[in-house]
Design a protein around this ligand. Sequence first.
Ligand SMILES: Nc1nc2c(c(=O)[nH]1)N[C@H]1C(S)=C(S)[C@@H](COP(=O)(O)O)O[C@H]1N2
Ligand SMILES: [Mo]
Length: 242
Amino acid sequence: MASATNDPAPKAPIKRVAVGRRTLLGVTALGALGVVFGSSVQNFLGKAFGSGLGGLLPGGDRFRIYSITGAYPKIADRDYRLKVSGLVERPRTFTLEDLKAMPPTSFVKAFQCVTGWRVPEVHWAGVRLSDILDSVGVKPEAVALKFESYDRADTESLTIDQAHLPDVIVAYSMLGAPVTTEHGGPVRLYVAPMFGYKSLKWLSAIRVVNAVEPGFWEENGYPVNGWLDGTTGPANPDPSLT
Ligand SMILES: Nc1nc2c(c(=O)[nH]1)N[C@H]1C(S)=C(S)[C@@H](COP(=O)(O)O)O[C@H]1N2
Ligand SMILES: [Mo]
């Protein structure tokens, strides 16, 4: 059985709604923010982690599946394209094969949503964002990146410096397997040092731009710099969430 609920994003920067951990809001002014708790996902995680999985318990170490639109864009591997454009020397559209032909990066890191859930020791693999930027040649006047999704709804941003961190990757593997449709496959962003909302799913395009353009979640009150570590930036948009 799958049921849908909503990510408690503050509705607007001005009129901030105080939302406690795991509090569920109704439909926001922006429309339904879909979160699906799928039994198939639980089964998958059960397989991935084995019998020691606390994630099968409600609220335990498991992913909640989020989609602003309440649906998942289904993209076949052979149809996948990542368009990199803007302030670059050599604009390029990458296929999944192109990405897999680049030097791979893999590591094990936690995934953490601002709303309080966290999944430790997730196996990730993909290409460093910095390798992609190097291959297209970022122009000197570039300041930031704007990320777009196949869902035509979510967007994200990073500064050029943030994009060069070694644990910021364009991921094609997650939980030790190809990124599933639910989790943003075939390719999602994974920004390890920041909260989960920065890790845009169904990544379709990267535009190199001359100013930070806040993304969907930031327009709705989350910090543009979503650092997990509160000492380097605001760690949480809402003190009641900590
Ligand atoms: N395209 C898209 N990407 C997204 C989201 C979304 O709704 N749409 N939600 C974000 C949030 S708030 C979180 S916590 C993570 C959740 O990742 P998951 O659905 O794989 O658990 O995806 C992020 N990336
Ligand atoms: Mo999130």
